[in-house]
Design a protein around this ligand. Structure first.
Ligand code: CMP
Length: 140
């Protein structure tokens, strides 16, 4: 089925100047960018986005990293978008990511891991709504 997923290019990858390289991988895999914006998250915004991880030991480091610089946030649309995007990203820990994935190629650590992607269609709907009003999404 055609799905949508939320993608974030994290501060490390933005700083490495690989936004275009990552967008190109999305497009070559058939994912369409139907909304996009650069944004420097406040601590409150990052905590809200990652609220499901609030009890985890890595929560504070994760939030501090996510507000260390601007991110690119986009909505991707396509057949099986959630899984397709997760396969392009590779494993959360770049040491475990398959060669040729975004994290294998651009990530330095489990925190500075270049990208975020929704883990399921239901989560994607919540994450997309966190960043984009419906009128700012341009489905084609
Ligand atoms: P992300 O997909 O953005 O979702 C939560 C983030 O927490 C994850 O990517 C990692 O960058 C970060 N993180 C840090 N430590 C861990 C861990 N042990 N397990 C999962 N995620 C972690």
């Amino acid at each position: 089925a055609v799905e949508r997923t939320l993608s974030i290019i994290k501060p490390d990858a933005v700083a490495k100047n690989v936004i275009g390289e990552i967008y190109s991988r999305f497009e070559k895999s058939g994912l369409k960018i139907i909304a996009s914006r650069m944004h420097h998250l406040s601590r409150q915004e990052a905590e809200g986005f990652y609220a499901v991880h609030k009890a985890r030991p890595f929560f504070n480091d994760l939030v501090s990293f996510m507000i260390s610089g601007p991110v690119m946030v986009q909505v991707l649309e396509g057949e099986n978008a959630v899984l397709n995007h997760r396969q392009l990203m590779g494993a959360t820990d770049p040491k475990k990511a398959e060669p040729g994935t975004i994290r294998a190629d651009f990530a330095d650590s489990i925190d500075a891991n270049a990208v975020h992607g929704s883990d399921a269609a239901e989560t994607a709907a919540v994450e997309i709504a966190y960043f984009f009003p419906a009128m700012s999404i341009y489905s084609r």
